[in-house]
Design a protein around this ligand. Structure first.
Ligand SMILES: [Zn+2]
Length: 144
């Protein structure tokens, strides 16, 4: 560990500077910073923690998502690139469970992500998404 470069610094109030403002010294690498530098450093650390928490949450959500697929039979098909439009799994006696997509969310994805206007997105949805039969595991589409 090079001097003045430990991570994270462990700042403690050190002494006051010429203007009477406290400065802070790292107890590990002995770097001394001003009050405002200390404040911004701590904010950076807090922000880093927030980002870490967000990433962990996303990982948890992703795990839930993967678990959801685990309870589906292997022949349940996905509509490519439309994971965000999945609203759940549809079950019916005598049939394998299949994924259910929201028509509204698909249209939104086609418009926002692919830049289609509403009419084109609707047409694409009708012909290429709802109109695609991929066997017994073909997804269902909720039009509400
Ligand atoms: Zn340090």
């Amino acid at each position: 560990m090079s001097k003045n470069n430990c991570k994270p610094h462990n700042f403690k109030a050190h002494k006051t500077d010429f203007a009477g403002e406290p400065n802070y010294k790292c107890s590990k690498c002995e770097i001394i910073v001003s009050g405002w530098e200390y404040t911004w450093y701590q904010r950076g650390i807090d922000h880093g923690k927030e980002i870490e928490e967000e990433i962990e949450e996303e990982i948890e959500e992703e795990k839930d998502f993967i678990n959801m697929f685990d309870c589906l039979d292997e022949y349940a098909q996905k509509a490519d690139g439309l994971d965000d439009a999945i609203v759940g799994i549809v079950s019916r006696c005598g049939f394998p469970p299949v994924l259910c997509y929201s028509q509204q969310k698909i249209i939104e994805i086609l418009m926002d992500r692919d830049g289609m206007d509403y009419e084109t997105a609707q047409e694409f949805y009708d012909f290429n998404i709802v109109g695609a039969y991929v066997g017994e595991g073909t997804p269902m589409f909720l039009e509400s």
